[in-house]
Design a protein around this ligand. Structure first.
Ligand code: DC
Length: 224
C-alpha cells in the first residue's frame, strides 16, 4: 500500500497536534510530535547545573547524552527523556518560555532533525512541527500549514492549561504566544514558514471537525 509522509506545520496552538493525532489514527500511521522533542531537549538543558540556566555550549556538547522516544499511553502518546516519562514536565510554562531559544540552536536542530528523519524513513507518518515540510521532509507528499490569530491561539492554550491545572493568566499566555511566534519566524536556522507547496488553512473560525475534514480530504486525494 502507498504510504505517505504527512507534514503539519504552523504556529503554536493552532491545533496541529490534535489534527496530527487524529489523522495518524484514521490512516493507521505513526504520529510524531516534534515540538515535544524540542521541549524535552529544553527540559534536559534546564536540568543541567547550574539548574534553571541555559548554557548552550554545554548543551551542544551534551546532545549525545539525550535519548528521546515515544510510547503509546492509555489515552495520549507519552514522551520519554533518557527513560523518564516527561510528558507533563515538558508542558510547564517554564519550558514554553525557553523552548524557542533552544530550538534556534543549529546543533539542536540538526540533532533532532536526524532523529525525525529516521522516524519517518519508512513513511506512514504524520509529523507536526515548524519545519517538517520545509527542512525535515521537503519531499513529503502532503504538507499543511495551520494559522490562526494570536488571540484565538492564546485562548486555546490558556483553556488547555486551565484544564491541566497550570496557573498562568490569559494575558501571560498571549504574551508568550507572541514572543514564540517572533522567535520561531525570525530564527536563522529552519525558521517557521509555509512551504511553497503546503496547503494553508486559517483555523480561527473552523471547528476541529472542519479542519480535520479538509486535511483528510487532501490526504485521500494523494492516496488515490
Ligand atoms: O509545537 P510546540 O508548541 O510543542 O513546539 C515547541 C517549540 O518547539 C516551538 O516554540 C518551536 C519549536 N519547534 C521547532 O522549532 N521545530 C519543530 N519542528 C517543532 C517545534
Amino acid at each position: 500500500m502507498n504510504k505517505l509522509i504527512v507534514a503539519i506545520d504552523g504556529f503554536a496552538a493552532t491545533g496541529k497536534s490534535t489534527q496530527a493525532k487524529r489523522l495518524a489514527k484514521a490512516l493507521n500511521y505513526t504520529y510524531v510530535d516534534t515540538g515535544a522533542m524540542y521541549r524535552a531537549v529544553t527540559l534536559f538543558a534546564l536540568e543541567q547545573p547550574p539548574e534553571g540556566n541555559l548554557d548552550f555550549d554545554l548543551l551542544n556538547r551534551s546532545l549525545d547524552q539525550i535519548q528521546i522516544h515515544f510510547e503509546e499511553g492509555a489515552e495520549e502518546q507519552q514522551t520519554f527523556l533518557n527513560g523518564l516519562n516527561v510528558s507533563q514536565a515538558i508542558r510547564d510554562p517554564k519550558i514554553n518560555q525557553h523552548v524557542s531559544k533552544v530550538a534556534a540552536q543549529k546543533e539542536v536542530r540538526s540533532f533532532l532533525s536526524k532523529t525525525q528523519k529516521l522516524l519517518g524513513a519508512n513513511k506512514g507518518v504524520v509529523m507536526d512541527g515548524r519545519d517538517i515540510g520545509t527542512a525535515v521532509f521537503p519531499q513529503a507528499e502532503c504538507k499543511f500549514f495551520l494559522t490562526a490569530t494570536p488571540e484565538v491561539r492564546a485562548m486555546r492554550r490558556y483553556q488547555e492549561q486551565v484544564q491541566a491545572g497550570v496557573d498562568e493568566s490569559y494575558e501571560a499566555v498571549l504574551a508568550s504566544v507572541k514572543a514564540r511566534d517572533e522567535q520561531d519566524t525570525t530564527r536563522a536556522y529552519a525558521p517557521l514558514k509555509k512551504a511553497e507547496d503546503a496547503l494553508e488553512i486559517e483555523v480561527s473560525n473552523l471547528t476541529i471537525e472542519e479542519v480535520f475534514d479538509l486535511l483528510y480530504a487532501q490526504v485521500s486525494k494523494q492516496l488515490n
